[in-house]
Design a protein around this ligand. Structure first.
Ligand code: ADP
Ligand code: F6P
Length: 324
């Protein structure tokens, strides 16, 4: 352990994700296990600027591993995007004796972590987002729970859709990324899967597909539409007008961000959280933790933010073939 690191902070930022609590618990307990004190920052960077800072001990993270959301709360904070806000945040860390910070969140939160690091506070990022849109890691905390929640909801919509011989458009979250849509599209056996990264806005092709499937005797037609494409309700109206088949849109919304985390989310959040605490206590800064091919990795935040992530081509091609 570095001589310098006596106290670390932990915060959750951006959209909450199931498994964040497991990550907080791991950070707290792994740091305390090596003699480092931990402070919890409430409501992300906003809570830091408002000095909403509490002492954490091993008991403050008891009975949370199974809970969705984040016990620390989360927020989006415009002030922290400014250099003034970042300086103020770093000064507050120094005031509370916080030598290092673990930031659990998505790409936006990493930019905040990068800024905090530049202001002299050692900072490590952990990938917490249901969207899976962080390039340096195969896995993000919350994705597994979100796709399972969405998959189960889509199965239910499919039941009623088949009974009424309707076409259903189901919109899933993911901001500008199509990973939730791809995974659910395949796992729910959707007839069409629309991803922001791939969609050509050829609605006529979807209409032709619906008509041809109906002629083949299919009783339902499931379209998984990604949030990044959106407009599911107007799409449903146009499809119904063009096909004469009743078409309904269901926007799954925030239910995808809640609920008890899956085993995978709890496990990886725990392992990555512990690793983040370790490297922070070793004195590392400006790093993000991830999993690649089942192995723990950490990267410089600047490098991580410059990496690109694409929908895997083979998986996308398979999704199209299987939906025939
Ligand atoms: P996520 O972390 O899930 O991608 P956001 O993009 O909303 O979510 O980012 C979360 C928060 O991180 C923002 O509200 C802001 O406080 C901080 N943040 C985002 N971008 C920057 C930036 N360029 N510099 C500093 N802080 C940032
Ligand atoms: O990043 C997670 C996420 O749920 C996205 O899928 C979605 O676009 C966004 O957050 C919604 O954010 P908000 O809570 O600000 O509506």
């Amino acid at each position: 352990m570095s001589d310098k690191i006596k106290t670390i902070g932990v915060l959750t930022s951006g959209g909450d994700a199931p498994g964040m609590n497991a990550a907080i618990r791991a950070v707290v307990r792994k740091a305390i296990a090596q003699g480092v004190s931990v402070k919890g920052i409430k409501k992300g960077y906003q809570g830091l600027l408002n000095e909403e800072i509490v002492d954490m001990d091993v008991h403050s993270v008891s009975d949370i591993i199974q809970r969705g959301g984040t016990i620390l709360g989360t927020a989006r904070c415009k002030e922290f995007v400014t250099e003034e806000g970042q300086k103020k945040g770093a000064d507050i860390c120094r005031k509370y004796g916080i030598d290092g910070m673990v930031v659990i969140g998505g790409d936006g939160s990493y930019r905040g972590a990068q800024a905090l690091s530049k202001q002299g506070i050692n900072t490590i990022g952990l990938p917490g987002t249901i969207d899976l849109d962080i390039s340096c890691t195969d896995y993000t905390i919350g994705f597994d729970t979100a796709i399972n929640t969405a998959m189960q909801a889509i199965d239910k919509v499919r039941d009623t859709s088949s009974s009424h011989e309707r076409c259903s458009i189901i919109e899933v979250m993911g901001r500008n990324a199509g990973y939730i849509a791809l995974w659910c599209g395949v796992a729910n056996g959707a007839e069409d899967i629309l991803l922001p990264e791939k969609y050509d806005f050829n609605e006529q092709r979807i209409i032709n597909n619906i008509i041809s499937n109906r002629k083949k005797g299919k009783t339902h037609h499931l379209i998984i539409n990604a949030e990044g494409i959106g407009h599911s309700t107007s799409m449903a109206r146009r499809i119904e007008a063009a096909t004469g088949i009743e078409t309904r849109a269901t926007i799954l919304g925030y239910m995808q961000r809640g609920g008890s985390p899956t085993c995978k989310d709890r496990y990886y959040a725990s392992i990555m959280g512990a690793y983040a605490a370790d490297i922070l206590c070793e004195g590392k800064t400006n790093r993000v933790v991830g999993m690649q091919h089942g192995v723990l990795v950490d990267f410089d935040i600047d490098e991580a933010l410059a990496m690109q992530k694409d929908i895997p081509e083979y998986e996308y091609e398979v999704s199209k073939v299987l939906s025939m």
